[in-house]
Design a binder for this molecule. Structure first.
Ligand code: F0G
Length: 469
């Protein structure tokens, strides 16, 4: 259904935007026809029937809350076995009382990122409509996820569009290894997404980016599992990195529906965190005061048109070491504004330096994540310092992708000589220092530098004495 003109389409159509008004579509349910349990706790009965793949899946064990497919149509590869974790060190680092900061570790999905929550739903819909070829544009994780669903299920062929240069090797290697046809567009992610949307429309290829409303249905389950981890209590805050804004949009929809269904009694606040080098949402929401405004979007259209026209005129391109969220034209902008309204949300930007420091703290706590994910903890820390979140609030940060996705950023942070980060020390031969310097990183206080030692037993023993091991 479309929120603006209220046009409706049948579930077996493959549209992503409304053919009448052009806005993205939402999945709307007639809840009176769905056997929704009377309480969220009733979903716990599925824990004892985990041999059924639908009950094993962390997405589909909540299938009454995304009831667009029949059981036999569902495509699952065991996604969503993720849980809420706590790390005393990370909580302290971000300024919270013990046990108040929690980490929803989505890196444990089959392809290593939260995308599998959405891709199981998009693959299910692709299967329902008999799609033979599916495609997406990606900063890396969406392509890895689509590729794994395609290779394990063999239901459809996959083509992924990636921008040039920025994709991290962990993610590129996944798409290649899983056998996806990989098109490297000579442009960035925003270019690749524009192209794939046109190509899919022209060729009748099934589009799996988060403009696809079924993707977002699957991503709602991240919030269901957060509630499950809290014994069905609602946290005070959800903090999530913002890229194409699919997650934040899905989370807002999840809470709206749960409240409508009487399954929760209040909605948590939402904080969406941009990297400072790709901060369209931050600029529009916090500086230009762009709002959902109950769905009356005439003013929003004027603000966004002007903003993007200026962005094009200045040839401004997104740039951050958190390459997963290096996006300047977030396609789910309006849906995210709706989520921010429903959740009384805020938006912040954090520097690459803050992201990498938070990432090192998360890693030291045992939950390695990729840079984009760490924006959530860096954002929670900032909001704590600003007094927006209180130290006693219960806060859930979403760790969206696994640490092994982007080892380059990790190794650069930990191994670079800090002296090389000053502009004066700029040299051509130190690739890591150059990379960090370009991203504005001036210090690496959480670095765990490798120690070089002679290939001699005595020297190693002396070193161990010196470092107290
Ligand atoms: N974190 C990670 C690890 C991501 O891969 C992405 C998006 C985001 C956060 C942002 O999520 O788009 O829902 O706001 N990655 C996409 C991709 C764009 O192509 O893999 P969002």
């Amino acid at each position: 259904m479309n929120h603006a003109c209220r046009a409706t389409y049948s579930v077996d159509e493959t549209l992503v935007d409304c053919s009448k008004c052009g806005h993205l579509l939402d999945i709307a349910y007639d809840w009176s026809r769905v056997p929704v349990p009377g309480s969220l706790k009733q979903f716990e009965s599925r824990w004892s029937s985990r041999r059924n793949p639908l009950d094993f899946s962390g997405v589909w064990r909540f299938r009454e809350l995304l009831p667009f497919a029949k059981d036999e149509q569902i495509v699952t590869i065991g996604e969503g076995q993720t849980i809420l974790q706590s790390s005393a060190g990370v909580g302290k680092y971000a300024g919270f009382q013990t046990g108040k900061l929690l980490l929803q570790y989505e890196g444990l999905n089959p392809s290593g990122s939260f995308k599998d929550n959405g891709m199981t739903a998009a693959s299910t819909h692709a299967h329902m409509v008999g799609a033979k070829v599916a495609a997406c544009a990606s900063t890396g994780n969406t392509s890895a996820s689509l590729a794994i669903y395609s290779s394990t299920t063999r239901l459809f062929e996959t083509i992924v569009f990636i921008g040039s240069g920025k994709i991290s090797f962990g993610k590129l290697s996944q798409a290649l290894d899983y056998g996806a046809k990989t098109l490297q567009i000579q442009g960035d992610f925003d270019d690749a997404l524009r192209q794939v949307r046109d190509v899919c429309a022209a060729r009748g290829i099934y589009l799996c980016n988060s403009v696809n409303p079924f993707r977002l249905e699957g991503q709602k389950s991240i919030m269901f599992r957060v509630l499950e981890g809290l014994n069905w209590e609602v946290p005070d805050w959800i903090v999530v990195p913002g890229g194409n804004l699919g997650n934040s949009s899905a989370f807002g929809k999840a809470f709206t529906e749960l409240k409508e269904l009487g399954l929760i009694n209040r909605i948590p606040r939402l904080a969406v965190i941009n990297a400072a080098g790709s901060n369209t949402l931050y600029q529009l929401f916090e500086q230009h005061k762009l709002r959902w405004n109950g769905g009356r979007l005439d003013e929003a259209k004027i603000i966004t048109d002007k903003f993007f026209t200026q962005m094009d005129a200045d040839n401004r391109r997104a740039s951050t070491l958190a390459t997963a969220i290096e996006i300047n034209r977030p396609v789910n902008l309006l849906k995210c504004l709706r989520a921010l309204e429903v959740c009384d949300g805020v938006v912040r930007e954090v520097s690459d330096e803050a992201i990498l420091e938070a990432k090192a703290q998360i890693g030291a706590g045992g939950f390695g994540c990729e840079p984009a994910s760490a924006a959530s903890v860096a954002g929670a820390k900032l909001l704590r310092e600003q007094g927006v979140i209180s130290p006693s609030d219960r806060v859930v940060c979403i760790l969206t992708g696994h640490q092994l996705k982007d080892p380059t950023a990790t190794v650069a942070y930990h191994s670079v000589d800090p002296a090389r980060l000053s502009a004066a020390a700029a040299t051509e031969d130190d690739a890591y220092a150059t990379m960090l310097r370009k991203a504005g990183v001036t210090q690496t206080p959480a670095a765990n530098r490798p120690i070089v030692v002679e290939n001699k037993f005595e020297s190693i023993m002396q070193l161990l004495d010196r470092i107290g091991c």
